[in-house]
Design a binder for this molecule. Structure first.
Ligand SMILES: Cc1ncc(COP(=O)(O)O)c(C=O)c1O
Length: 390
């Protein structure tokens, strides 16, 4: 056989890849969380077309269930195709027009992402400062409004990078509305796990992701806008920079017309529907209570191990427990040990808190006593291996 022939055969040989056998992990990091078996089952349901009359019905059901979960009557409530950053960019990229000013927080990683998105949308960005690990103080927000008169105010309800829950949401939305601004709330790590009442708390736009407290794989991300916010979007002078996330176009698919815009991720919509059905069966308030109770046991257990939480008790975020790494302990070695020896995922700190904290999620289907006992026992062993006694 000639050399040329041998080389061609080698080129044309298909890669040999074995069957998919990922490890069986327990997911207690900042997301994704463990997916409920019913959601996994829904994902193996055969596809219908994204304009099939039966799918149109499923879309209506998902919208109804999302309204329930967000505690809103907003007509404009949809799953955006993509991860949480897609619903985030849909919110910011549509609400912020070139020349608008957006006020964003500095107290965590995701406020920084809001800033980048607002700038890319052509907005001016101003900041309200708070240290990483603190919530925003309404007094500072009011001051920032008086100084800059922003058109849009964004805040992170559940800051995944610090484990801090933003309290006083109605106070913040009142300040913004007294200044005629719109409020965008990042609820990626709170929706379905931590109290959030979009209508009662007067939030104009809220977005989330499915892979946290909803325990659904990423891919279709909740977004809701009230009529006032949607009117601003529909009255824009300049079209949003993203075609894909232009809500005036997405209205054609998710609104009354149900006409083609893009091919919806059908399997992810099935999954979200099942995840939201689980929320409705449990009852949203019971679900919030379960997260507080199970994560409360996790927090108490961590403190029993001699660990300190990053957030003070008043701002503790049940869905994301940020724990300080004790002096002399190698945070990465603990994370690797838990993964290798226990098939257990927790995460390191992000941004300013890298190396200082571990982030232990307690979300959705992962927020179960069994998971909490497992993480506490495994962590106790991993810490002992590093010479840290509880
Ligand atoms: C608070 C917050 N906002 C936005 C995002 C972005 O979501 P995704 O990673 O699904 O794009 C995340 C992801 O962890 C988050 O925690």
């Amino acid at each position: 056989m000639s050399n040329a022939r041998t080389e061609r055969d080698a080129d044309e040989r298909a890669p040999e890849v074995g069957e998919l056998t990922p490890p069986d992990r327990t997911l207690m990091g900042p997301g994704p969380s463990d997916v409920h078996p019913r959601v996994l089952k829904a994902m193996s349901t055969p596809l219908v077309g994204h304009l099939d009359p039966s799918f149109v019905e499923i879309m209506d059901e998902v919208q109804e269930l999302l309204r329930y979960t967000f505690r809103t009557d907003n007509r404009w409530t949809i799953p955006v195709s993509g991860t949480g950053s897609a619903s985030m960019e849909a919110a910011i990229g549509n609400l912020v027009e070139p020349g608008d000013t957006m006020l964003v927080p500095t107290n965590g990683y995701f406020g920084g992402r809001m800033k980048s998105m607002a700038e890319r949308a052509g907005g001016e960005v101003v900041e309200v400062s708070a240290p990483w690990g603190d919530p925003l103080d309404p007094v500072d927000v009011e001051r920032a409004f008086d100084a800059h008169q922003p058109d849009v105010f964004g805040f992170v309800h559940a800051e995944t990078s610090t484990g801090v829950l933003q309290p006083n949401v109605p106070e913040l939305t009142d300040i913004a509305h007294d200044h005629d601004a719109f409020v965008i709330a990042d609820c990626v790590t709170s929706l379905g796990g931590v109290e959030m009442r979009v209508d009662e708390w007067d939030v104009d736009v809220a977005y989330s992701g499915p892979q946290k407290c909803l325990s659904c794989p990423p891919g279709a991300s909740p977004l809701t806008l009230n009529d006032r916010a949607m009117d601003k979007v529909l009255d824009r002078e300049e079209r949003p920079r993203s075609w894909y996330l232009d809500l005036s176009l997405l209205e054609g698919y998710w609104g009354d017309d149900r006409s083609y815009h893009h091919t919806a991720p059908i399997t992810n919509v099935y999954a979200l529907r099942e995840a939201l059905r689980l929320v409705a069966e449990e009852g949203i308030e019971s679900r919030w209570a379960r997260h507080r109770s199970v994560a409360g046991d996790l927090k108490a257990g961590l403190q029993n191990l001699g660990l300190e939480m990053n957030a003070p008790d008043e701002y503790w975020l049940p869905s994301l427990n940020a724990v300080q790494v004790p002096d002399g302990v190698d945070d990465g070695a603990v994370i690797d040990g838990l993964l290798d020896e226990y098939d257990l995922e927790i995460a390191s700190g992000l941004g300013d808190l890298e190396g200082d904290i571990w982030r232990i999620g307690c979300m959705g289907y992962s927020a179960r006593p069994k998971n909490v006992e497992y993480v506490l026992a495994a962590l106790e062993d991993a810490l002992a291996a590093q010479g840290h006694e509880a």
